[in-house]
Design a protein around this ligand. Structure first.
Ligand code: AMP
Ligand code: MG
Length: 412
């Protein structure tokens, strides 16, 4: 279709304006969901000291290397080492220390005999121990200091999203606070004189306003913080006032939905023509898009109002911008190539982003199918709830047949 801008070009225009926000230092307990902005370096070795990987006995390997059920070896137990002990008992030949998992290895010992390899196990573990199986080699069941990381090693690179695994690693590395991005502050503004709050009685012509729920959720999932929600009618200068209100709350981003296409009452287009550029993009849904920045550098997005269009537009343009503001190193969703379970039609001349469900019942062969019965129509807001992905079909493709391999962008 002529006169349409490519998705890549629009995305590049957006990302050129989305520079990382100034970073801040926060305690680990407040860092979940934030993006790391400086590499994380270990402040202690992991493990911190040589320690036992088993409950059992710290021994001289030479004492027990010939132990067997027929030739058990008796050792004197001269110390008990629970986790947290500061003891480092001397062990003469023929002596052992009872030791628990994670307790520091005595300097004199070079092997661990687990309870399972002794005659009495835990029961006869103080006083004397009878070893009935030799450890295969010295050092067995000993976790060495620094074998995972040593002081100064990079644990995580800048641009990483901090989840539970990452925060656990940071804590294990002796780190108490991290340099992260602030959450981008986002205003969500719905436009449309037909919209009423969800649950309110509807007179003919009215519909529940759903985009602000949709977008507030997607903003939070992308690490942003919603600082303003507002619904404005199709007449008046609601969008202009909304930008002022958003700026007063320190917003970095304002997302409008509706009022950007070619109808008679396009309130975003009509009131913000000086601040935003309104373009037609070679995608379906999501053809009409508005984007701009205020003099203060607030990013303004004008997404089409159909809920599916708004959702797709968010994922293609707004989410990457929110991640870029946070300094995230990877702005893209994970992609897979999956066979289509059924066929569907695609729009001519525009790249299709089809809300899709993935059948994962065969782990070796996932398949993808439209999430909405009506295909890719952009008004099917209910079916959107079943989408786990967007199937991305190139502009040149007219139809997808069952079995065709399709690019799939995972969103859950
Ligand atoms: P628009 O882009 O303003 O022309 O809106 C396109 C379609 O999306 C119309 O059917 C609107 O009623 C619907 N729509 C627009 N905004 C919302 C919203 N916030 N919640 C639910 N539907 C909306
Ligand atoms: Mg509208």
């Amino acid at each position: 279709m002529s006169g349409l801008r490519s998705v890549e070009e629009q995305r590049a225009l957006v990302l050129a304006e989305a520079q990382p926000l100034p970073s801040e230092t926060v305690a680990l307990a407040h860092a979940h969901g934030r993006t790391l902005r400086e590499p994380l370096r270990a402040r202690v070795d992991i493990p911190v000291f040589d320690n036992s990987a088993m409950d059992g006995f710290a021994v001289h390997f030479a004492d027990v290397q010939d132990a067997s059920p027929d030739a058990p070896v008796r050792l004197r137990v001269v110390a008990d080492l629970p986790a947290g002990t500061a003891l480092d008992p001397a062990l003469a030949p023929g002596e052992a220390a009872r030791i628990m998992t994670g307790s520091p290895m005595p300097t004199d010992a070079d092997a661990i005999v687990p309870f399972e390899d002794t005659e009495g196990g835990l029961a006869d573990s103080l006083g004397e121990v009878v070893v009935v199986r030799a450890p295969a080699r010295p050092g067995l069941h000993v976790r060495r200091r620094g074998e995972d990381a040593v002081v100064g090693d990079e644990i995580l690179g800048a641009g990483t999203l901090l989840g539970g695994l990452q925060l656990g690693a940071a804590a294990a590395a002796g780190i108490a606070a991290v340099v992260v991005s602030p959450r981008p502050r986002v205003a969500v503004v719905s436009t449309g004189s037909e919209l009423v709050a969800p649950g309110e009685p509807l007179v003919h012509g009215q519909i529940p306003e759903s985009n602000s729920e949709l977008l507030a959720g997607l903003v939070a999932e992308a690490g942003g913080e919603v600082v303003l929600r507002r619904s404005v009618p199709d007449d008046g200068d609601g969008p202009v006032a909304a930008i002022s209100a958003a700026a007063a709350r320190g917003a970095h981003v304002v997302i409008f939905t509706g009022g950007v296409s070619a109808g008679a009452y396009e309130v975003v287009k009509n009131t913000l023509a000086d601040t935003m550029e309104f373009s037609r993009i070679a995608m379906q849904p999501g053809k009409p898009q508005g984007f701009g920045t205020t003099a203060e550098g607030v990013l303004l997005f004008g997404l089409p109002g159909n809920p599916v269009s708004a959702a797709v537009s968010f994922d293609v343009f707004v989410r990457p911008a929110l991640l870029a503001l946070q300094g995230r190193s990877d702005l893209d969703r994970a992609r897979l190539r999956l066979p289509a379970a059924i066929g569907w039609r695609t729009p001519p001349g525009r790249r299709q982003y089809l809300p899709a469900a993935i059948d994962r019942s065969d782990p070796g062969r996932w398949t993808v199918a439209p999430a909405t019965g009506g295909g890719s129509a952009s008004h099917l807001a209910g079916g959107l709830a079943r989408a786990e992905a967007y199937a991305i079909v190139p502009a040149e493709t007219d139809a997808v047949a069952a079995g065709d391999l399709v690019d799939v962008m995972l969103i859950s």
